[in-house]
Design a protein around this ligand. Structure first.
Ligand SMILES: Nc1ncnc2c1ncn2[C@@H]1O[C@H](COP(=O)(O)OP(=O)(O)O)[C@@H](O)[C@H]1O
Ligand SMILES: O=C(CO)[C@@H](O)[C@H](O)COP(=O)(O)O
Length: 466
């Protein structure tokens, strides 16, 4: 199961062959305006709806697992009901709290060394700090704090659990000790007893409980689950040295590493993966939704791009995380009488992809082979304009796995792993999930990359403005 920002997607997968036997999908509502919030109860209903679409196949599941959007703050009361809607990863209201926490703990390097990441407003700890300041009564009513995948796993098993992959995006799990950090929890006034137990990779988180209206047989095994990016890494059977670029609501670029990341610039988040290795990752807030919005404003199909024109469009409609400009808005430069709508749309793709590719070398180990194809996944990977933009701006071969829904496939591989005792990444490789056409490398479009970098630095005072 993949409970990501825009929807829940479910795959029922045959353990022996990796064949997708059935699938389902149901949408989520995300609030607009100043914040980004979703109702966790709606994620649960969407899970039920998507499972119903899977028909009888879902009843045959021997093991299940949930991958979920990272970082979201889910606050539950003593009855396990949400105190308020979840604050999502792309809600930038906690930017001041992030700045304050960085300073209070001794600066960005201290954070990177101890926690693996320098927390921006996406990190859960900053959201909790925001809640205690802005809605103290909601914080006081909170009896349990969960991430999106923890919330759903707990509704399946009745036990409060998480895993190292998703815990590493909270800001209160230290990658240096692989444990919750009492110091930061004390500073933000969060009792560690409110947090879920971190289950080990390969451990069974529980079994499905009685009385749920889901179609699973009682006693179905529930695997630990993880964050959606770590789940996709499992789903691809990813090995160190192969970079992934994911185009969904968020844009992400990441690779598996054996070395614990610690980037004091904050560009790379030093996440743990779901197996025991690490997942250095950079993330943008503006990817497919932002480009689709610009296409809609222009009244054009998302594929109706035209090259040329020398336009720069920074599509920071939600503020931005990479580069770290939470208060920024979109910016257009280079408009002329002869500029076409198709060129404007292409510029939006270029702006979105530029931010991700800028971080590509930073997530790869120094000794990684730069000619390895870039794996392109997420909803946007199906689009030709996205594929061609990534190809032109990366100068690398680009491989597009035929399997859609790699997050759900990764969760399925994890579920298969608890059933058979196999490594989930080995399961995914056995299933051949990364198979797909490779687009050959073309010469990198350095001129466009340089132009965008130039506008970014020239417009810094405007983009910094909230
Ligand atoms: N054929 C396609 N071409 C381009 N973009 C697509 C296509 N199909 C879906 N998308 C994009 O994929 C996005 C959803 O991607 P997905 O990875 O499922 O998001 P999330 O996991 O964040 O919910 C949508 O915003 C849509 O723009
Ligand atoms: O915040 C991050 C990664 O740090 C995002 O990647 C979220 O995990 C949301 O993912 P999608 O819904 O876009 O897949």
């Amino acid at each position: 199961m993949d409970s990501s920002t825009q929807s829940t997607k479910i795959l029922v997968v045959d353990v022996a062959t990796g064949r997708v036997v059935a699938s389902g999908q149901a949408g989520h509502t995300v609030s607009s305006g100043a914040g980004r919030e979703s109702d966790p109860e709606q994620w649960w209903s969407a899970l039920g709806e998507a499972l119903r679409q899977c028909g009888d196949a879902a009843q045959q599941a021997a093991a299940v697992s949930v991958g979920g959007q990272q970082h979201g703050l889910v606050t539950l009361d003593a009855q396990g009901r949400p105190v308020r809607p979840a604050l999502l990863w792309n809600d930038v209201r906690s930017a001041p709290q992030a700045d304050r926490l960085i300073e209070e703990m001794g600066g960005a390097k201290v954070w990177a060394d101890r926690f693996g990441s320098v927390p921006g407003p996406s990190f859960t700890v900053t959201k909790w700090a925001w809640l205690t300041e802005h809605e103290p009564e909601a914080a006081r009513a909170t009896a349990a704090v969960r991430l999106p995948h923890d919330y759903l796993t707990e509704r399946l098993t009745g036990a409060g659990t998480t895993d190292r992959g998703d815990a590493s995006g909270t800001g209160w799990w230290a990658s240096s000790t692989e444990a919750y950090d009492d110091d930061i929890l004390g500073r933000v006034g969060l009792d560690p007893a409110l947090l879920p137990r971190v289950v080990r990779p390969g451990e069974v988180a529980g079994t499905t409980r009685d009385g749920s209206d889901l179609p699973f047989a009682k006693g179905t095994l529930v695997a630990p689950g993880t964050g959606d990016n770590a789940a996709a890494a499992l789903g691809l059977g990813l090995r160190p040295g192969t970079p992934v670029l994911s185009l969904g609501t968020s844009g992400t670029v990441y690779a598996v590493s054996r070395r614990r990341p610690a980037d004091p610039t904050g560009t790379v988040a030093g996440f743990a993966d779901a197996r025991g290795d690490w997942l250095p990752l950079a993330c943008t807030l503006n990817c497919t939704l932002a480009v689709d919005r610009i296409a809609a404003l222009l009244g054009r199909d998302r594929e109706a791009v035209e090259q040329g024109g020398g336009i720069t469009l920074l599509p920071y409609l939600d503020g931005e995380r990479t580069p770290a400009l939470p208060g920024a808005s979109g910016l257009l430069h280079g408009l002329r009488h002869e500029t076409t709508a198709g060129q404007l749309l292409q510029a939006a793709y270029d702006g979105a992809v530029h931010s991700l590719l800028g971080a590509l070398d930073l997530v790869l180990d120094a000794d990684a082979d730069r000619s390895t194809p870039l794996l392109l996944i997420g909803g946007g990977a199906r689009g030709r304009a996205w594929q061609q933009t990534v190809r032109r701006l990366s100068g690398r071969p680009v491989q597009i796995p035929e399997a859609g829904e790699l997050v759900a496939l990764g969760a399925a591989a994890q579920a298969a792993g608890v059933l058979t005792g196999e490594d989930p990444a080995a399961v995914a490789r056995r299933w051949g999930t990364a198979r797909g056409p490779v687009l050959e490398a073309v010469e990198r479009d350095e001129a466009t990359l340089e132009r965008i970098s130039g506008v970014l630095s020239d417009a810094a005072p405007l983009l910094d403005r909230a």
